[in-house]
Design a protein around this ligand. Sequence first.
Ligand code: PNS
Length: 179
Amino acid sequence: MNRKAKSLAVFPGSFDPITNGHIDIVARALSVFDELVIAILNNADKRPLFSVEERVEIIREAYRGNPRVRVDTFSGLLVDYAMKAGASVIVRGLRAISDFEFEFQLALMNRRLNPGIETIFIMAAEGYSYVSSRLVKEVFQLGGSVRELVPPVVERRLGEKQGPASIAPQSRRRRRRVR
Ligand code: PNS
């Protein structure tokens, strides 16, 4: 029997937290690759809202029941992680032209570090062009609604992060919708 090897790609990032923009990229990547590893950078320099362990839990919950998506963490060089994971493709999402300059640099540096690993860019749906993890955190912390911008597990975990003191007033007045 001619059993074809499964294609595997790595989707790296900070994912602090994962947004619906990331979810959109994952769905599009799964239309190209058989399996995807969502690889969370474990960066001691940054001060994230969610710990790496929390981000793993959140993403696992978002993809529970989907055997084509794995969640992992990495530190050190991304190309070294991709090699170890057995992937020769890195997937990165592009929201707008403004993302391109940085992504282009990253892709060329990764190519220099390991020419055997290819970076593939996937364009997010236009509706997510303005969605970023940083803005999601800011909007939520200032009392705006992030519904439709993040998966339900993220909205819940953001609420838990803020604690009962800040959740109480918001449950009395309904969160404003972001358009
Ligand atoms: O979600 P982000 O913060 O845009 O993701 C950036 C990430 C994690 C893809 C990038 O910082 C990265 O790959 N870091 C690992 C370190 C590395 O390999 N650096 C050399 C390539 S420039």
